[in-house]
Ligand binder design. Structure first.
Ligand SMILES: [Zn+2]
Length: 69
């Protein structure tokens, strides 16, 4: 008879520990798998680069709006 082991599931995508390469445990019994970490990193990198671009003055847009008026 197989010994019952405590299975953990990703709190984000719901995959079981044996379906992912790495499961990271957080506080209060939450877990995140390596693929969700990868997705989160992609989102964070994209949003941070977008906000960095938004912080720059958009010379092209300003010049275009001046020329159109
Ligand atoms: Zn996941």
């Amino acid at each position: 008879m197989a010994k019952s082991t405590r299975m953990t599931f990703c709190s984000f995508c719901g995959k079981a520990q044996n379906e992912v390469r790495k499961m990271i445990a957080g506080p209060a019994g939450v877990h995140i798998c390596d693929s969700c970490v990868s997705v989160c990193k992609t989102i964070i990198d994209r949003e941070l680069s977008e906000s960095a671009e938004n912080a720059k003055p958009k010379d092209d847009a300003i010049q275009r709006s001046l020329q159109s008026t």
